[in-house]
Design a protein around this ligand. Structure first.
Ligand SMILES: [Zn+2]
Length: 192
């Protein structure tokens, strides 16, 4: 191969890369609105109303989303409302994302803020989606609850206070050792 043909081959590769990468770069940085699914509605993968998902890189800016119970009931399915607003827990192994191995982002069902990234998800064997860290530490906040008789660290959305689940420090085989045990009903998943 002459020098010229090597340079030509390299240029061609860069052109192909640019075609692939430029749309990818633009699609990463923007918020988008998703419509409620038509047909049969499940408890976890949709919302009753259109919801705007922030860009996956969005970091909580300190603003709050507050709604009345009636407003939340209009937006959420009964199971989503029970988990997100009443700190309920869905059943293990019969929820949307415990066995989801697709690459993508998990957003808050209440306000569309990115909360977890599929690359931090692992199979904990518990029957709930589990992550070893949130997508950004600022996007989640914590409380301590004693609902089942002993102290647990509750985790919720920083912006709209949607209850997500609990954090445990028993994921010894994961980076950091934490296990965010999250209800699918609090999440909306979008493929990357
Ligand atoms: Zn939220």
């Amino acid at each position: 191969m002459s020098d010229n043909s090597i340079i030509y081959a390299m240029k061609k590769q860069f052109a192909v890369l640019a075609v692939i990468l430029i749309p990818a770069i633009f699609s990463c940085g923007q918020a988008k609105t998703i419509q409620p699914k038509t047909g049969q509605q499940t408890d976890s993968d949709t919302s009753k109303v259109a919801i705007t998902l922030e860009a996956p890189t969005y970091v909580w800016d300190g603003t709050k989303v507050e709604k009345t119970s009636e407003e939340w009931k209009k937006q959420l399915t009964p199971m989503q409302y029970h988990v997100a607003r009443e700190a309920g827990t869905e059943r293990a192994f019969s929820n949307a994302f415990h066995d989801n191995h697709e690459d993508g982002i998990f957003y808050c069902v209440g306000c569309g803020m990115p909360l977890f990234d599929a690359k931090h998800k692992f199979d904990s064997g518990t029957g709930w989606p589990s992550y070893y860290q949130p997508i950004n530490d600022k996007n989640v906040a914590f409380d301590i609850d004693y609902e089942i008789g002993y102290e647990r660290k509750e985790v919720h959305c920083s912006r709209c206070s949607t209850h997500l689940g609990h954090v445990f420090d028993d994921a010894f085989d994961q980076p950091g050792g934490l296990r965010y045990c999250i209800n699918s009903a609090s999440l909306i998943f979008e493929k990357r």
